[in-house]
Ligand binder design. Structure first.
Ligand SMILES: [Zn+2]
Length: 72
């Protein structure tokens, strides 16, 4: 079956320049079972790599295509 699906997703962008090259401070907690850091809490402080300064983030809708070519 060559069926493709789209999934509604969100991403945070910089409220000043609209870039998605942003980071957010967070508290991470080690998960022994998964052997990975997990975000325990997001903090209010966010930075934009493009602006090079603190910013506030805005969540926008994106659409992610899920198809055979996307999975390869
Ligand atoms: Zn920015």
């Amino acid at each position: 079956m060559m069926q493709s699906h789209s999934r509604q997703t969100f991403k945070p962008i910089c409220s000043r320049c609209g870039s998605d090259n942003v980071t957010s401070d967070a508290i991470a907690r080690w998960n022994v079972e998964r052997q990975a850091w997990e975000i325990a809490a997001l903090l209010d402080n966010s930075d934009c790599e493009v602006c090079g300064d603190e910013t506030s983030l805005v969540d926008i809708k994106t659409e992610e295509m899920i198809g055979p070519e996307a999975l390869g």
